[in-house]
Design a protein around this ligand. Structure first.
Ligand code: AMP
Length: 387
C-alpha cells in the first residue's frame, strides 16, 4: 500500500495484549500515519484474538506488515531498552513472569501466536519497565534482606513508554531537548503513576516491583502499609490470593467511592454532595500532590509538571486539585486556562500564568504510536529495516 507522500510504506503492527482485551494498531512508519486500529474485548484466548486480528488485517488489505511491536509489561533488570524478539529473549521474559504474574502471560501468548502468523516479520518487545532502569540505587532499592534483593525484589516502575513519550513531546513543544529539563510526568489513567525525569532519564517513579505501588488507581490501592498483609492473613484469615485480588481489583477509587472506577461518575456524585465520592477524590489528589512534592525534592526542582492519561487529560477538576498547594514550588496555576483547554491533534497546552517558575502541560499519551516508533528504531539499529 503506498503511503500518502508516495514514499514506500512501512506498516508496523503494534500489539498490546492484556488479560481482558487485545489492542492492535497499524502505523505507517514512513508517513507517520495510523492505518488501522482495533480492539478485541474479553478475549476467550489470546491465540483466538490474534487469529481474529490477522483475519481483520487481511480483510482491510494490510497484508504487507513489515514489523511488529509488542508492549511487554515486565522486562526485569535485564532490559534497559526495547529489543528484537527471538527464542532467547522469550526465555528471559518467561523468567521474569513471576514478577508480573497477571500481565506477562497474555503477552507471551500473544508473542508466540504472532510469531506463528508472521514468521518472517521482525518483532520487537517494548518494555514498560525499560525507561526506569536508569533509576539510581537509592530510588530502586527496598530496605529488605540482601537475600531477598538478590531474588529480584526491587523497584522497577511501569508506564515507561508513556512517560518517555511525555518527556519527548514536552521537550519538542518547548523547542528544547530532554537534557535541559526536569519533568514530573503524571500518567493518571485507570492505572496511574508519577515519574521524575531528570535531564532525559527516569530517576524515580511511583510504581515499584509490581504495578500496585504508588498512586491511588481505578481499582488498585497504591501505597499501603506492608504490615496490612500479615494482619489480614493472621487476624482476618485472608489468603494471599484473596489479598492480592482485593488490592488489584477491589480497591482504589472503586473501593473509596463505592461507585466503580470511572472518575466521571465519581466527580459527578461528589459535586452532588456524595461524601464517599468526595473522600475518594481527596485521597486521590492528595496522594498525587505528595508524590509531586517528593519528586521535586528528589530532582532539586522541577521545570515542567505534565499530565496525561484519561484523568490527567480530561479532568480539569482533578488537575486543579492536585496543583492546589504547589505554589510553594513556584507554580502559578491558571484556572481559566485549565478549564478551557481542548486536546486536539496531540497539542500540548500550558496551564501556568506568565512568570510561573514551573510550567504545567497536558498531553494525550500515545503509547501505541510510541511502541511503533521504538519498533522502527530497533529494526533500524539491528539493520533489518527496509523502509
Ligand atoms: P485510561 O486508563 O487512560 O483510559 O483512563 C481511564 C480513566 O479516565 C477513567 O477513570 C475515566 O473515568 C477517566 N476519564 C476519562 N474521561 C474523563 C473525563 N472527561 N473526566 C474525568 N475522568 C475521565
Amino acid at each position: 500500500m503506498p503511503s500518502p507522500r508516495g514514499v514506500k510504506s512501512h506498516p508496523c503492527l503494534v500489539i498490546n495484549a492484556g488479560s481482558s482485551s487485545v489492542k492492535c494498531s497499524v502505523f505507517d512508519l514512513a508517513s507517520d500515519t495510523l492505518l488501522f486500529k482495533d480492539e478485541i474485548e474479553r478475549v476467550d484466548s489470546i491465540e483466538g484474538a490474534i487469529g481474529l486480528i490477522a483475519e481483520r488485517l487481511y480483510q482491510a488489505g494490510h497484508t504487507d506488515i513489515k514489523a511488529i511491536g509488542h508492549r511487554v509489561a515486565h522486562g526485569g533488570e535485564y532490559f534497559r531498552d526495547a529489543a528484537l524478539i527471538d527464542d532467547a529473549l522469550v526465555k528471559i521474559i518467561e523468567e521474569y513472569t513471576p514478577l508480573a504474574p497477571l500481565h506477562n502471560p497474555p503477552i507471551l501468548a500473544g508473542i508466540a501466536m504472532t510469531r506463528q502468523h508472521w514468521p518472517d516479520v521482525p518483532q520487537v518487545a517494548v518494555f514498560d519497565t525499560a525507561f526506569h532502569q536508569t533509576m539510581p540505587p537509592c530510588a530502586a532499592t527496598y530496605a529488605v534482606p540482601e537475600a531477598w534483593r538478590e531474588m529480584g525484589l526491587r523497584r522497577y516502575g511501569f508506564h515507561g513508554t508513556s512517560h518517555k513519550y511525555v518527556m519527548l513531546r514536552v521537550a519538542q513543544e518547548l523547542n528544547t531537548t530532554p537534557v535541559q529539563l526536569r519533568i514530573i510526568s503524571c500518567h493518571l489513567g485507570n492505572g496511574a503513576s508519577v515519574c521524575a525525569i531528570e535531564r532525559g532519564v527516569s530517576v524515580d517513579t511511583s510504581m515499584g516491583m509490581t504495578a500496585l505501588e504508588g498512586l491511588v488507581m481505578g481499582t488498585r490501592s497504591g501505597d499501603v502499609d506492608p504490615g496490612i498483609f500479615a494482619y489480614l492473613k493472621r487476624a482476618l484469615g485472608f489468603s494471599v490470593e484473596q489479598i492480592e485480588d482485593v488490592l488489584y481489583k477491589k480497591s482504589g477509587l472503586a473501593a473509596l467511592s463505592g461507585l466503580g472506577n470511572d472518575m466521571r461518575d465519581i466527580e459527578k456524585q461528589a459535586a452532588e454532595g456524595n461524601a464517599k465520592a468526595q473522600l475518594a477524590i481527596e485521597v486521590y489528589a492528595y496522594r498525587a500532590r505528595k508524590y509531586i512534592g517528593a519528586y521535586a525534592a528528589a530532582m532539586g526542582g522541577c521545570d515542567v509538571l505534565a499530565f496525561t492519561g484519561g484523568i490527567g487529560e480530561n479532568s480539569a477538576t482533578m488537575r486543579s486539585r492536585i496543583c492546589d498547594g504547589l505554589e510553594f514550588m513556584g507554580l502559578d496555576f491558571d484556572e481559566e486556562k485549565n478549564r478551557q483547554i481542548k486536546l486536539e491533534e496531540f497539542e500540548v497546552p500550558q496551564l501556568q500564568r506568565p512568570g510561573s517558575r514551573i510550567r504545567v502541560m497536558v498531553t494525550q499519551t500515545r503509547e501505541q504510536w510510541m511502541i511503533a516508533q521504538e519498533t522502527g528504531r530497533i529494526c533500524k539499529r539491528e539493520g533489518i529495516d527496509d523502509g
